[in-house]
Ligand binder design. Sequence first.
Ligand code: FAD
Length: 466
Amino acid sequence: ACVISPQAIVDDACASYSTLERINRNVKPALDDLTRTTDFFSHYRVNLFHKKCPFWNDENGMCGNVACAVETLDNEDDIPPIWRASALGKLEGPRAHHPGRSLQLNEPRRPLRGVLGEDVGESCVVEYDDECDQRDYCVPEDESASSKGDYVSLLRNPERFTGYAGDGAKQVWDAIYRENCFKRSSFPGGSAGPGEGTSPKGPAAHDFRAVIEAAGRQQILAVSRQHNPLTPFVSNTGLEHDDECLEKRVFYRVISGMHASISTHLCWDFLNQTTGQWQPNLACYVGRLHRHPDRIRNLYFNYALLTRAVAKLGPYLSRRGDYTFCLGEPAQDEATRAKVLDVASRAASVPDIFDESLMFKNGEGPSLKEDFRNRFRNVSRLMDCVGCDKCRLWGKLQTRGYGTALKVLFEFDNLDPARLTDDAPAPIVLKRTELVALFNTYARLSNSLMAVQEFRRMVKETEAEY
Ligand code: FAD
């Protein structure tokens, strides 16, 4: 086994691919069981419809508007309406509104009954309002919105091909990669990032609310890709990051690995719009991943990072009282806890698969931590600019999942289970949305590893063509 430090290039030479694939073979059955059979982990609360894209104007037709952003095929008129991008990107199944704290306290179960389906244990799904925490790497779901979001079934809305593409999707990816540009702020109204010396008088570089207050909403909304002077500064090939410090490279790899995982899913569960069959699309994989080994490396890198975060979290989840998986339902609570601990202990089977202790230590490292966190928050805010409901759901879930993993890695101490007695003070506790996002993001990566292995086998069979 080879320990993956954040500096390491994950590749076959260090046998890491096979080490990670071995871990995945062991973890995947338990992870699939957890995310597919428990009410707690198969439902996610998310604010999908009540937040505007905060970075550019929805109304200028560039993004944020389903009609303009969900467009891919020139000949969509020739295919059945249910296979068109606008239909594929829609959410399916019943949804339930977040009941709000007072309603939960007075009538803990009623608001959801029957909405998510009779079989869903409502006490496993509902959660109390988010509290802000400055250690978060993601924005809380209720930021600047009165609605607390909807509960949706992740099983009924699998991450797969939706046809969302074109300028809208490109603009979001461009903006996400622009966050990797640590030396300058991507906000016209914001000062440079902390690495460049944030002015104490000005708003925090990436505190969007502060920027809105200072610069006025209209100014912010006027940003579009063509008008942003920073656009040419950014390229997302990854090559220019070789001389960057460790933390910046890790930031880039997390984003590129997430992008690679999304691409893997849409290629793996692809709709052949001629036959109407859902099937793997080898050409899609070859074009987006196989010809870009750096993207596959970043995907595996993310798997190592999430494996370490889940393993590190394990001891925190064991103490009853700190985490309740189904309020008032002891049997379901216990069954879900057993499954989550099973995943965590399997993830811990190769110790120190990722060594986070090297980060934010030397050189400009410590000063970069806040910048790193703020930039990741911006990536999560950018999900409100994704113009396809299903893509936005999974984009929000995964940015929150990575944000939670980073929080566990960089804000949580290594916990010695022997010292976690019942009367010891409670350590930091994750919110329900964070837990659900973390384990489902891990499951996405697990699926991507499996799909990439299968795609590799298919490529080998047709080697001559590629
Ligand atoms: P894109 O994937 O859009 O990539 C844009 C550019 O980024 C590429 O030209 C390349 O230069 C660079 N790039 C690509 N991959 C990487 C990487 N891994 N690392 C570094 N650079 C890279 N579509 C679906 O069908 N289903 C979904 O669930 C879905 N979810 C999405 C979620 C989000 C948050 C976003 C922004 C888009 C989503 N999309 C989804 C759209 C999808 O990701 C693509 O944008 C779309 O398929 C068009 O692909 P493309 O070939 O133009 O390249």
